[in-house]
Write a protein that binds this ligand. Structure first.
Ligand SMILES: Nc1ncnc2c1ncn2[C@@H]1O[C@H](COP(=O)(O)OP(=O)(O)OP(=O)(O)O)[C@@H](O)[C@H]1O
Ligand SMILES: [Mg+2]
Length: 210
Protein backbone atom coordinates (compact mmCIF):
# COMPACT_ATOMS: atom_id res chain seq x y z
CA UNK A 1 0.00 0.00 0.00
CA UNK A 2 1.40 3.42 -0.87
CA UNK A 3 1.86 5.77 2.06
CA UNK A 4 -0.07 9.03 2.09
CA UNK A 5 2.02 12.13 1.73
CA UNK A 6 2.77 14.05 4.91
CA UNK A 7 0.29 16.61 6.18
CA UNK A 8 1.85 20.03 5.60
CA UNK A 9 1.25 22.57 8.32
CA UNK A 10 2.70 26.06 8.26
CA UNK A 11 2.90 28.39 11.24
CA UNK A 12 2.73 32.07 10.32
CA UNK A 13 2.49 35.48 11.94
CA UNK A 14 4.48 38.62 12.66
CA UNK A 15 7.52 38.70 14.96
CA UNK A 16 7.08 37.26 18.42
CA UNK A 17 3.62 35.81 17.95
CA UNK A 18 4.88 32.44 19.22
CA UNK A 19 5.47 30.54 15.96
CA UNK A 20 8.67 28.74 16.98
CA UNK A 21 7.30 28.05 20.48
CA UNK A 22 4.15 26.46 19.10
CA UNK A 23 5.99 24.54 16.35
CA UNK A 24 7.97 22.85 19.14
CA UNK A 25 4.96 22.27 21.43
CA UNK A 26 2.88 20.89 18.56
CA UNK A 27 5.68 18.63 17.37
CA UNK A 28 6.02 17.13 20.88
CA UNK A 29 2.24 16.73 21.15
CA UNK A 30 1.97 14.92 17.82
CA UNK A 31 5.01 12.72 18.50
CA UNK A 32 3.42 11.60 21.76
CA UNK A 33 0.43 10.52 19.72
CA UNK A 34 2.59 8.37 17.48
CA UNK A 35 2.99 10.67 14.49
CA UNK A 36 6.32 11.02 12.71
CA UNK A 37 6.98 14.74 12.66
CA UNK A 38 9.69 17.12 11.50
CA UNK A 39 10.02 20.89 11.68
CA UNK A 40 11.65 23.11 9.06
CA UNK A 41 12.23 26.80 9.49
CA UNK A 42 12.18 29.51 6.87
CA UNK A 43 14.40 30.87 5.61
CA UNK A 44 16.73 28.00 6.35
CA UNK A 45 16.78 24.28 7.09
CA UNK A 46 18.99 23.61 4.05
CA UNK A 47 22.68 24.53 3.94
CA UNK A 48 22.22 27.27 1.35
CA UNK A 49 18.96 28.32 3.02
CA UNK A 50 20.77 28.93 6.31
CA UNK A 51 23.34 31.11 4.50
CA UNK A 52 20.51 33.06 2.88
CA UNK A 53 18.92 33.38 6.34
CA UNK A 54 22.10 34.98 7.63
CA UNK A 55 22.08 37.53 4.77
CA UNK A 56 18.38 38.28 5.20
CA UNK A 57 18.23 38.53 8.97
CA UNK A 58 21.68 39.69 9.99
CA UNK A 59 23.44 40.95 6.83
CA UNK A 60 24.84 44.46 6.93
CA UNK A 61 24.12 45.19 3.26
CA UNK A 62 21.01 47.05 2.27
CA UNK A 63 18.59 44.88 0.33
CA UNK A 64 15.76 46.07 -1.88
CA UNK A 65 12.35 44.56 -1.19
CA UNK A 66 12.47 42.69 -4.48
CA UNK A 67 15.93 41.32 -3.77
CA UNK A 68 14.62 40.14 -0.39
CA UNK A 69 11.71 38.48 -2.17
CA UNK A 70 14.00 36.59 -4.52
CA UNK A 71 16.26 35.48 -1.66
CA UNK A 72 13.34 34.18 0.39
CA UNK A 73 11.97 32.33 -2.62
CA UNK A 74 15.43 30.94 -3.45
CA UNK A 75 15.77 29.59 0.09
CA UNK A 76 12.25 28.15 -0.17
CA UNK A 77 13.03 26.31 -3.39
CA UNK A 78 16.12 24.73 -1.81
CA UNK A 79 14.07 23.69 1.21
CA UNK A 80 11.33 22.14 -0.91
CA UNK A 81 13.70 20.27 -3.21
CA UNK A 82 16.32 19.18 -0.71
CA UNK A 83 14.29 18.61 2.45
CA UNK A 84 10.55 18.73 2.08
CA UNK A 85 10.26 16.34 -0.86
CA UNK A 86 12.65 13.90 0.82
CA UNK A 87 10.49 13.73 3.93
CA UNK A 88 7.16 13.75 2.17
CA UNK A 89 6.56 10.01 2.44
CA UNK A 90 8.60 9.18 5.53
CA UNK A 91 6.92 11.66 7.88
CA UNK A 92 3.25 12.01 8.80
CA UNK A 93 3.33 15.72 9.54
CA UNK A 94 5.78 18.37 8.35
CA UNK A 95 5.65 21.61 10.31
CA UNK A 96 6.94 24.74 8.61
CA UNK A 97 7.97 27.66 10.80
CA UNK A 98 6.95 30.25 8.13
CA UNK A 99 6.42 29.42 4.44
CA UNK A 100 4.71 30.90 1.35
CA UNK A 101 2.46 33.38 3.16
CA UNK A 102 5.35 35.12 4.92
CA UNK A 103 6.72 36.52 1.64
CA UNK A 104 3.25 37.70 0.60
CA UNK A 105 2.72 39.41 3.97
CA UNK A 106 6.20 40.93 4.48
CA UNK A 107 7.50 41.74 1.00
CA UNK A 108 4.07 42.03 -0.63
CA UNK A 109 1.67 43.76 1.76
CA UNK A 110 4.45 45.11 4.01
CA UNK A 111 7.01 46.35 1.49
CA UNK A 112 4.94 46.83 -1.66
CA UNK A 113 6.27 44.12 -3.99
CA UNK A 114 3.61 42.99 -6.49
CA UNK A 115 1.58 40.34 -4.65
CA UNK A 116 0.61 38.56 -7.89
CA UNK A 117 4.28 38.27 -8.83
CA UNK A 118 5.12 36.80 -5.40
CA UNK A 119 2.31 34.26 -5.87
CA UNK A 120 3.84 33.24 -9.20
CA UNK A 121 7.31 32.95 -7.68
CA UNK A 122 5.91 30.90 -4.80
CA UNK A 123 4.17 28.60 -7.25
CA UNK A 124 7.39 28.11 -9.20
CA UNK A 125 9.25 27.28 -5.97
CA UNK A 126 6.77 24.98 -4.23
CA UNK A 127 4.51 23.67 -7.00
CA UNK A 128 1.70 21.68 -5.43
CA UNK A 129 3.28 21.64 -1.98
CA UNK A 130 0.95 24.24 -0.57
CA UNK A 131 0.15 23.79 3.15
CA UNK A 132 -2.87 21.65 4.02
CA UNK A 133 -3.33 23.91 7.01
CA UNK A 134 -1.85 27.23 8.07
CA UNK A 135 -2.05 28.48 11.63
CA UNK A 136 -1.84 32.25 11.64
CA UNK A 137 -0.84 33.45 15.11
CA UNK A 138 -2.04 36.99 15.56
CA UNK A 139 -1.00 39.65 18.02
CA UNK A 140 -0.55 43.42 17.87
CA UNK A 141 2.93 44.42 16.62
CA UNK A 142 3.86 46.17 19.87
CA UNK A 143 3.31 43.01 21.92
CA UNK A 144 4.96 40.81 19.29
CA UNK A 145 8.11 42.92 19.02
CA UNK A 146 8.42 43.22 22.79
CA UNK A 147 8.31 39.41 23.08
CA UNK A 148 10.68 38.67 20.24
CA UNK A 149 13.83 40.57 21.21
CA UNK A 150 16.28 39.05 18.71
CA UNK A 151 16.94 42.37 17.02
CA UNK A 152 17.18 41.07 13.45
CA UNK A 153 16.71 43.25 10.36
CA UNK A 154 12.96 42.73 10.15
CA UNK A 155 12.32 43.18 13.82
CA UNK A 156 14.08 46.55 13.69
CA UNK A 157 11.55 47.93 11.22
CA UNK A 158 8.96 50.33 12.59
CA UNK A 159 5.57 49.43 14.00
CA UNK A 160 3.81 50.81 10.92
CA UNK A 161 5.61 48.23 8.76
CA UNK A 162 4.64 45.41 11.13
CA UNK A 163 1.07 46.71 11.16
CA UNK A 164 0.95 46.41 7.36
CA UNK A 165 2.39 42.89 7.53
CA UNK A 166 -0.18 41.90 10.14
CA UNK A 167 -3.04 43.29 8.04
CA UNK A 168 -1.61 41.51 5.02
CA UNK A 169 -1.66 38.20 6.86
CA UNK A 170 -5.25 38.80 8.02
CA UNK A 171 -6.24 39.63 4.45
CA UNK A 172 -4.74 36.36 3.22
CA UNK A 173 -6.65 34.51 5.95
CA UNK A 174 -9.91 36.17 4.96
CA UNK A 175 -9.39 35.08 1.36
CA UNK A 176 -8.57 31.49 2.24
CA UNK A 177 -10.61 30.64 5.32
CA UNK A 178 -10.44 26.92 4.65
CA UNK A 179 -6.64 26.74 4.80
CA UNK A 180 -5.70 29.60 7.13
CA UNK A 181 -6.95 29.54 10.73
CA UNK A 182 -6.31 32.63 12.84
CA UNK A 183 -5.53 32.32 16.55
CA UNK A 184 -5.04 35.35 18.78
CA UNK A 185 -1.93 34.99 20.95
CA UNK A 186 -2.58 37.77 23.43
CA UNK A 187 -3.51 35.03 25.88
CA UNK A 188 -1.33 32.44 27.64
CA UNK A 189 0.87 29.97 25.76
CA UNK A 190 -1.25 27.12 27.22
CA UNK A 191 -4.43 28.69 25.92
CA UNK A 192 -2.97 29.05 22.41
CA UNK A 193 -1.62 25.49 22.60
CA UNK A 194 -5.10 24.19 23.39
CA UNK A 195 -6.64 26.03 20.45
CA UNK A 196 -3.98 24.74 18.05
CA UNK A 197 -4.47 21.17 19.29
CA UNK A 198 -8.21 21.45 18.78
CA UNK A 199 -7.75 22.53 15.16
CA UNK A 200 -5.21 19.78 14.53
CA UNK A 201 -7.45 17.23 16.19
CA UNK A 202 -10.28 18.17 13.85
CA UNK A 203 -8.04 17.91 10.81
CA UNK A 204 -5.96 14.85 11.62
CA UNK A 205 -8.19 12.92 13.96
CA UNK A 206 -5.54 12.23 16.59
CA UNK A 207 -4.30 8.68 16.96
CA UNK A 208 -4.09 8.87 20.76
CA UNK A 209 -1.32 6.35 21.13
CA UNK A 210 -0.34 7.69 24.55
N1 LIG B 1 0.99 33.58 24.20
C1 LIG B 1 2.14 34.02 24.71
N2 LIG B 1 2.17 34.77 25.80
C2 LIG B 1 3.32 35.25 26.30
N3 LIG B 1 4.52 35.01 25.80
C3 LIG B 1 4.58 34.25 24.69
C4 LIG B 1 3.39 33.73 24.08
N4 LIG B 1 3.78 33.01 22.99
C5 LIG B 1 5.11 33.09 22.92
N5 LIG B 1 5.59 33.81 23.95
C6 LIG B 1 7.00 34.13 24.24
O1 LIG B 1 7.41 35.08 23.28
C7 LIG B 1 8.77 34.87 22.90
C8 LIG B 1 8.86 34.74 21.39
O2 LIG B 1 8.22 33.54 21.00
P1 LIG B 1 8.67 32.79 19.66
O3 LIG B 1 10.15 32.82 19.50
O4 LIG B 1 8.00 31.47 19.66
O5 LIG B 1 8.00 33.74 18.58
P2 LIG B 1 8.19 33.70 17.01
O6 LIG B 1 6.85 33.99 16.45
O7 LIG B 1 8.84 32.44 16.59
O8 LIG B 1 9.15 34.93 16.81
P3 LIG B 1 10.06 35.30 15.54
O9 LIG B 1 9.14 35.86 14.52
O10 LIG B 1 10.97 36.34 16.10
O11 LIG B 1 10.76 34.04 15.12
C9 LIG B 1 9.24 33.61 23.63
O12 LIG B 1 9.97 34.01 24.76
C10 LIG B 1 7.93 32.94 24.03
O13 LIG B 1 8.06 32.17 25.21
MG1 LIG C 1 10.63 32.09 15.51
Amino acid sequence: MTKKRAFLLSMEGIEGTGKSTHCRILSRFLKRQGYKVCIFREPGSSSVGEKIREILLHGKNELTAFCETLLFVAAREQLVTQKLKKNLYTKDVIILDRYIDATLAYQGYGAGVDVRLIKQLNKAAVGKLVPDLTILLDVCPKTGISRSGRGDRFEKRNLAFHGKVRNGYLRLAKKDKKRIKVIATDTSIENVEEKIQQIIHNRLGCKNKI
